[in-house]
Design a protein around this ligand. Sequence first.
Ligand code: BGC
Length: 445
Amino acid sequence: MQKRSMRPYVLLVASVAALGGLLFGYDTGVISGAVLFITKDFALGTRLQEFTISVVLIGCILGAAVTGWIADRIGRRATLFTAGIVFFVGALLSALAPSETVLLLARGVVGLGIGLSSVVAPLYISEVAPADVRGALVSLYQFAITVGILGAYIIDYVFSAAGEWRWMLALGVVPSLILIFGMLAMPESPRYLFKIGRGDRARAVLARMDTPANAAAEEQSIHASLAVKAGGFEVFRGREVRWALFIGVALAVLQQITGINTVIYYGPQIFQLAGVASAQHSIFAQALVGTVNCVMTLIAIFFVDRVGRKPLLYLGLSGMFVALTALAYAFSQSHLSGSLSTIALVSMMLYVGCFAFSLGPIVWLLISEIFPLQARGLGMSIATLANWVGNFLVSQFFLTMLHKLGTPGTFATYAAICIVTLLFIRALVPETKRELLEKIRVRGG
Ligand code: BGC
């Protein structure tokens, strides 16, 4: 394959699609600050308070479950456009909600938007991207997630002085409008166009994205992969596709059960356990976590197409293991203060930083790469659904885990799962760096 630098147009297309990631991050992050004031305004008990937080994840699960089917019917571009509309309606409705019931419904709608975009945004980006920059462009999507999370922490902080939860939720409208209007001007994925027999349009899109030689090579390999005729769930009859599904689902679940969202969702509580005395300091520490998460994702953007997916994963998972082991050690001491408390804080930053350049972006990247075209929509949908179920379980049971296993036991469990993940990747995951999507093969086929 001919090597070339990235065209500004490709970057623009990926950036607009990545707004789906920004909304994913913003809308999952914003509720932690808003819920304090919602609880007061609607006089919520603990149950309803918890449900106000978790209803979005139920929406995500439902949204992810149907997206593959939708994206194969109406196309990637129209699905992402629809996600934008769903985000817009959900944000507006939740900001104006006259009652808790309407608010719950609206947050469920926002969840649907997140579910839709978490499947179709990385799928779309990986299908439009030239092979030699695909890793960077899908990592841009993860970068947008982290910007959204950090943005939510900051907006929550700004509006918390006046308790303006409606503004916190309303601001999601801005990126959703840019996504809606942006997608109107974006091209359809050339792979989807070939699949539905619109070769002329597909060729025109490929020509804008890549050099003539690369575009011709891509077209040829897309045709070869389309020669295999199968529709719907039939595609999963093949051994290789089933194997890809197994790897995709496992990676998606492992990304969650190594514990990242305990820090993203419960950071301030963990900081308090680690000896940070005031609520204000814990919120500041949480903003620092958000910043580390964002900045360290840039490492993936720069290196994922140069050194490859697997070396970054090995490095990141090893760092996460060390950080979690240090956390388990610090928390196993009877009293956390002074240097132990510093070890705990530094370890949390190291843990998040290592996730940010490895499992964070690269799991989304791999699950958008390992399925053959005929199975990509459905396969990504199922893997992403598994990711949301994993997210739901970890965030629901984190406090129970702390209670049953103790804080050191909880972090030691996550550390052990990092090792399992590393071994799994070493044994079963293919290196996909710079390979044309259609040439990527998982073992077992
Ligand atoms: C994960 C999310 C997580 C985020 C943190 C994403 O890749 O899927 O669950 O909250 O990274 O940056």
